[in-house]
Write a protein that binds this ligand. Structure first.
Ligand code: SAM
Length: 215
């Protein structure tokens, strides 16, 4: 476990320049980019994105406590960590350090395949893994390794949302490691699998099998 990184997540930045950068410079830069340079409207009007933002996020924002890990950051996701209850800790992670600016206050620049070096075992209630399989984590072996490492940091019966595109990859929920470590479930009246007529995107809700039941 990388102690420095955990401290970096749990405590505010120790030196004043890092604090100013995170709390002042980055929000201003983000605001300028979103208002004058980056047009996110193509992404935000996609049916899968509308479902994520209008159906799923409001339900997640009703949660009172716990830890949620959001994997992969983009200009159109930078508001996702906002408006959660105070008892909910949001952590974002992206392998690309340029996406630091779109992350939550608690952000990690790291490979999801190494997330267990940063977060404690069984510490996450929910993991949102949307648009990562097929957009960086492409090989089946890497996807299986991702399921393995996420299972380590997830609480028993913790929720894993996998968002993927059927024109980019084969069904990642059919992988043996997925079937061994997770079971399919619905969430808060949302279907276990959500598909869209006008999009190749698919969302699957999975839950981490408790360790005792993992063969
Ligand atoms: C298509 S975007 C998806 C962003 C966001 N999760 C969403 O809901 O749209 C894919 C993101 O995953 C990140 N990514 C790709 N491979 C990764 C890895 N191995 N570990 C962490 N992040 C990764 C990329 O840098 C990129 O920002």
């Amino acid at each position: 476990m990388m102690q420095a990184s955990i401290n970096q997540l749990q405590n505010p930045p120790a030196d004043i320049s890092a604090l100013i950068r995170r709390q002042l410079i980055m929000p201003v830069k983000r605001w300028l980019l979103l208002h004058y340079y980056i047009d996110t409207s193509y992404f935000t009007r996609q049916p899968d994105r509308v479902w994520l933002e209008k159906q799923l996020l409001p339900k997640l924002r009703r949660i009172k406590q716990g830890r949620i890990l959001m994997v992969g950051c983009a200009p159109y996701t930078c508001d996702y960590p906002k408006h959660f209850n105070k008892g909910v800790e949001i952590i974002t992670v992206d392998i690309d350090e340029r996406n630091d600016i779109w992350g939550a206050d608690k952000h990690l620049t790291a490979d999801i395949l190494k997330i267990d070096q940063y977060l404690e075992p069984a510490s996450c209630d929910i993991v949102l893994l949307n648009g990562v399989f097929g957009h960086g984590v492409d090989a089946k072996e890497a996807q299986e390794a991702t399921y393995n490492v996420l299972h380590r940091i997830m609480k028993p019966d913790g929720l894993l949302l996998v968002g993927w595109n059927h024109d980019l990859i084969q069904d990642p929920t059919g992988l043996p490691t997925c079937e061994r470590l997770y079971y399919k479930d619905s969430y808060e009246n949302l279907p276990q699998r959500m598909t869209f007529a006008e999009s190749t995107h698919i969302f699957d809700f999975l839950r981490a099998r408790p360790v005792m039941t993992v063969a």
